[in-house]
Write a protein that binds this ligand. Structure first.
Ligand code: CA
Length: 229
């Protein structure tokens, strides 16, 4: 659902009609208080916000700052008549995803909405999740049980490989090939050493040990709730 924050009833109705015709569900808020209320009550249903700045009970910029301070990450496109550079910079710095000035072309607005929604999809897909383990592929940081785990480059590559094939046994040769790009076994114990580094970082008392040695075969990442043995 798109939340449209707009006090001009004529503009609000024009945009809402156009969005509905494109298949979007729309909620309209005519002032900042209603916008804050809708976000609080239905934030999980909101995919994107179109935010006017000049509103009867305050400034849309304040609403945006309040949401970002609450760590709400919904894409917000500011839609305003304020077309000066300072306002644009202030809007983007306050956490707006995009800034569109009135008068605007409806086709362009639709394209910007699609772009904003697409960037959310991409952001979501840059994360791998297996059980209680989460790996952010952009920052190369892992999280387990609310704990942040910094990873060196090879550790990260090794963990990514395991997380892309949970519960599958990976042989040392497969791991060497994928993480170190060796197509032969250099006869070193580098894989075992890095698995032990990862274990030290991922496993803590009270948590299920994640990286299992499968004797004579290799290693596997045990997904929580998966079979162990
Ligand atoms: Ca207005």
């Amino acid at each position: 659902m798109i939340l449209l924050v707009e006090d001009d009833a004529r503009i609000a109705s024009f945009i809402a009609k156009g969005l509905k015709a494109e298949g979007y569900a729309v909620a309209v808020a005519p002032d900042t208080a209603t916008a804050m209320g809708v976000m609080e009550a239905r934030g999980a249903d909101l995919d994107l916000v179109l935010l006017d700045l000049g509103l009867p009970d305050g400034d849309g910029m304040g609403v945006l700052r309040a949401w970002r301070a609450q760590r709400l990450r919904h894409p917000v496109i500011i839609l305003t008549a304020r077309d000066d550079l300072a306002s644009k910079v202030a809007g983007l710095d306050a956490g707006a995803t995009d800034y569109v000035t009135k008068p605007f072309s409806f086709d362009e607005l639709l394209a910007r909405i699609r772009a904003a929604l697409r960037s959310v999809d991409q952001a979501v897909s840059t994360e791998l999740v297996v059980g209680d383990l989460r790996l952010d592929l952009l920052s190369k940081v892992a999280w387990r049980g609310g704990r942040r785990i910094e990873l060196a480059h090879r550790e990260w590559a090794l963990l990514e490989l395991f997380m892309r094939s949970p519960n599958q046994i990976l042989s040392r040769t497969q791991i060497l090939n994928r993480v170190w790009e060796y197509d032969f076994d250099p006869g070193s114990n580098v894989v075992d050493v890095y698995v032990s580094y990862l274990r030290r970082k991922l496993n803590h008392p009270g948590l299920i040990p994640l990286l299992e040695t499968v004797r004579g075969a290799g290693y596997r990442l045990v997904a929580s709730g998966g079979e162990r043995g």
